[in-house]
Design a protein around this ligand. Structure first.
Ligand SMILES: [Zn+2]
Length: 251
């Protein structure tokens, strides 16, 4: 996949990185990424991926921009309140980088439609704000054999990890939250700086993964504590009874 003169100029500051180079840039251009949720996490992930030259970005979000969320969603403007976030995020991408093909989808992802919406991508990045959606996305990724980069932030804690196959995200959180919306930012509160930190860490891991730069980031979960300012990597063990990625998954 060749790069035009304009693209070589646009991406010069990252192509010069020895671990990325022209080959890594071509891999980014060939990559198809689905971003689930265009909220606080997505508002950091989407500009970073579009700016870096990820070739195709699908943005799935059913909601409208809201004044009370703009403190953590700086890709939207005050006058965007009431407009669909997926379409607005798509406009943002087109203004930032015309070399990115963006596909906004104004739908809520659920266990029924997730396999169809996610098929055909190389990486899924989930920045939604509730466990039920995240588990639906994770189960679909396991079923399709897609890597899932999960990013979350609430109160002062953030979590970012790349899952592929086993262990999966469900091994990490268990089955208790399928019908729950318990970690919604509206109830717990969050700062935009923390969602931006988690979103940018997710974007950095995505770029490393897609460009094949540096260590393989699969299997490490990064725990961010925004109050004491630390970041800690841990490894998630596989759940022997996991109904998504286990040896004998139930139907
Ligand atoms: Zn699992």
């Amino acid at each position: 996949m060749t790069l035009s003169d304009e693209e070589l100029t646009r991406y010069a500051r990252q192509i010069v990185l020895p671990q990325l180079g022209g080959t890594g840039q071509q891999r980014l251009k060939a990559a198809r990424v689905a971003v689930i949720g265009a909220g606080g996490i997505g508002a950091a992930v989407i500009p970073a991926l579009a700016g870096a030259g990820v070739g195709k970005i699908t943005i799935v979000d059913p909601d409208l921009a809201d004044l009370s969320n703009l403190h953590r969603q700086p890709i939207y403007r005050s006058r965007d309140a009431g407009e669909p976030k997926a379409a607005l995020a798509g406009q943002f991408v087109r203004r930032l980088n015309p070399f990115v093909e963006v596909n906004p989808i104004e739908r809520r992802i659920d266990p029924g439609n997730a396999p169809t919406l996610l098929a055909g991508h190389d990486l899924v990045i989930d920045g939604t704000d509730n466990f039920a959606t995240r588990l639906a996305v994770s189960d679909a990724c396991v079923g399709l054999g897609l890597p899932l980069l999960s990013a979350a932030a609430a109160q002062w804690q953030g979590q970012v990890g790349l899952f592929r196959g086993r262990p999966c995200y469900r091994c990490f959180v268990g089955d208790a939250f399928d019908a729950d919306d318990c970690d919604n930012c509206a109830e717990l509160g969050v700062t935009g700086a923390l969602t931006g930190l988690a979103g940018n860490l997710a974007a950095l891991i995505a770029i490393r993964f897609l460009a094949q730069a540096g260590e393989d980031p699969v299997g490490v979960l990064h725990l961010i504590d925004g109050l004491d300012g630390t970041q800690r990597p841990i490894r998630i063990p596989a759940d022997p009874g996991c109904r998504a990625c286990g040896a004998t998954p139930s139907s």
